[in-house]
Design a protein around this ligand. Structure first.
Ligand code: MN
Length: 499
């Protein structure tokens, strides 16, 4: 992503002469420079030439489409830019769009304001003209309002840039499924053709034997080096350490990790799924290797869940550089105490140490299903604080992205639980959140994040053109049900036969 950039298109016209246009250009440079100097601007902004005619707008939109380094476009109408001029260009534009509604001068100079000031600072109506044509053309875009020096404005544009990065990363992204879906599970399945049309991802299968072949190619010297690395990085159980009774099992995990990593690198995959029902030729379900690959940025979904693998990958690209981290997660079990209801989230093995509070311990325990050797895994608690769960489901005629904001909380020690875990409270409260989640058809698998925000996912869904449903502090069930009903109609009409 390091070479990517965003284009800042300032709209104007020729009514007020060359001098006014020079001023518009200068002011745009000042704004772009200010944005580029903030740390929330994670993608550098470039300022192409002002656009003042239909031809210039169209050519600039074509150039933005053709430039693989341009991943999004911000527009702003410094003066009144006649919006019919934008129709041909915006019809062609294929890059994510953000409409910044700002004004160069922060305050009205009450004593000296004259018609020149008014004519130069016309975003108040110029951007309304732009907004009309965006709405008339049914364009998905983000609208950000306020003075360009306002930290909240800069932050909201930064959030959009993160969503744009997540989206861009998915275009052409390849995900591999080792084996098919876990038998009979509904929510983890779905239409991979639709997903490629909607999100730009391709999901294809490889027999697990192809992975076994890659694992068998791993050199013993590399295995020993990685085991030494494990011992340095984690609190490795004595039996697993070099010289310990079960060290061979740790060695097998290193071999599995190296084989898996080589396979993913060679195939240029950004994520994968597997299933405990299809491990022919592998001795264990990959636990530790999957945890570590996720921490390195690979998307993962268990039991063949390719939608969650893609979502986790996108969320990891979105949160890159932020504190917190994102992991594959599953709503596992409940605490339904009269004093407060909580969710314990975990998985059989595959929780990402990117969300570990403290140094994970590396342990070996029986799995109970799958009939293979005991797998090695990292065990840890997750931090407290604000987080969210996001779930991507296939409703048959469309995808729905569902988000629940939660608060991760402290919990008693869990000395006998052999897996990484997080405990959270749902917003607005457990009963409303779970009722809403179930009414919306949300999955048990999610992307769980301390860094990705609802606004980021809203921007992402908007760019992808998919439905976003949010459960947060303001959710009320009666309105929520009505939103789901409204969305059924909207998306049916909006996507029609294409879905
Ligand atoms: Mn699962």
């Amino acid at each position: 992503m390091s070479k990517k950039n965003i284009w800042f298109l300032t709209g104007s016209q020729h009514l007020y002469g060359a001098e006014a246009l020079q001023q518009v250009q200068q002011n745009s440079e000042t704004i772009v420079k200010a944005f580029n100097e903030t740390e929330v601007t994670v993608v550098p902004i470039l300022l192409p030439k002002l656009v003042t005619t239909p031809e210039e707008i169209t050519q600039t939109c074509i150039a933005a489409n053709a430039d693989s380094e341009c991943i999004g476009v911000i527009t702003w109408m410094h003066t009144f830019s006649l919006a019919k001029m934008w129709i041909p260009g915006l019809t062609l534009l294929q890059k994510p769009l953000c409409h910044l509604h700002t004004q160069f001068h922060r305050e009205i100079p009450w004593d000296s304001i004259d018609m020149d000031f008014m004519n130069l600072n016309q975003a108040a109506h110029g951007d309304r003209e732009a907004g009309f044509i965006h709405t008339r053309m049914r364009l998905n875009r983000k609208v950000v309002v306020g003075h360009w020096s306002d930290p909240e404005v800069q932050q909201r544009i930064g959030v959009w840039m993160r969503a744009v990065r997540g989206w861009t990363d998915l275009q052409g992204a390849k995900f591999v499924r080792f084996g098919d879906n876990m038998r009979q599970v509904a929510v983890t399945d779905g239409d991979k053709v639709s997903a490629e049309m909607q999100f730009g991802i391709s999901v294809n299968t490889h027999g697990v034997g192809d992975l076994v072949a890659a694992v068998n190619k791993v050199k013993p010297s590399a295995v020993a080096a990685l085991c030494a690395d494990y011992e340095k990085t984690y609190k490795v159980a004595p039996a697993l350490k070099k010289g310990g009774k079960k060290h061979e099992s740790l060695r097998y995990n290193a071999k599995l990790e190296l084989g898996l990593r080589a396979f993913l690198e060679e195939g240029d995959f950004k994520g994968y799924t597997n299933t405990f029902e299809d491990l022919h030729g592998l001795k264990q379900l990959p636990g530790l290797p999957t945890q570590r690959l996720m921490a390195d940025g690979y998307g993962f979904g268990a039991e063949g869940d390719w939608k969650t693998a893609a979502l986790v990958r996108a969320m990891k690209v979105m949160d890159y550089g932020l504190k917190g981290g994102t992991s594959f997660m599953e709503d596992y079990t409940y605490h339904l105490s009269p004093k407060g209801h909580q969710v314990l989230g975990s998985h059989m093995l595959e929780i990402d140490p990117a969300i570990a509070a403290g140094k994970p311990s590396c342990e070996i325990h029986p799995l109970g299903i799958g009939g293979k050797e005991d797998p090695v895994r990292l065990v840890f608690n997750a931090p407290t604080g604000n987080a969210l769960n996001a779930s991507l489901i296939d409703l048959g005629n469309r995808f729905r992205l569902l988000v629940n904001e939660v608060k991760a909380v402290k919990h008693p020690k869990l000395p006998k639980l052999p897996v990484a875990r997080a405990v959270w409270e749902c917003k607005p409260n457990f009963k409303t959140a779970c009722q809403a989640w179930i009414l919306a058809g949300g999955a048990h698998h999610t992307g769980y994040s301390y860094a990705v925000t609802t606004e980021m996912l809203e921007d992402f869904a908007n760019i992808a053109g998919v439905e976003l449903v949010t459960i947060d502090a303001d959710t009320r069930i009666s309105e929520f049900k009505q939103t789901l009903r409204n969305n059924e109609v909207y998306y049916h009409l909006n996507q029609g036969f294409r879905a």
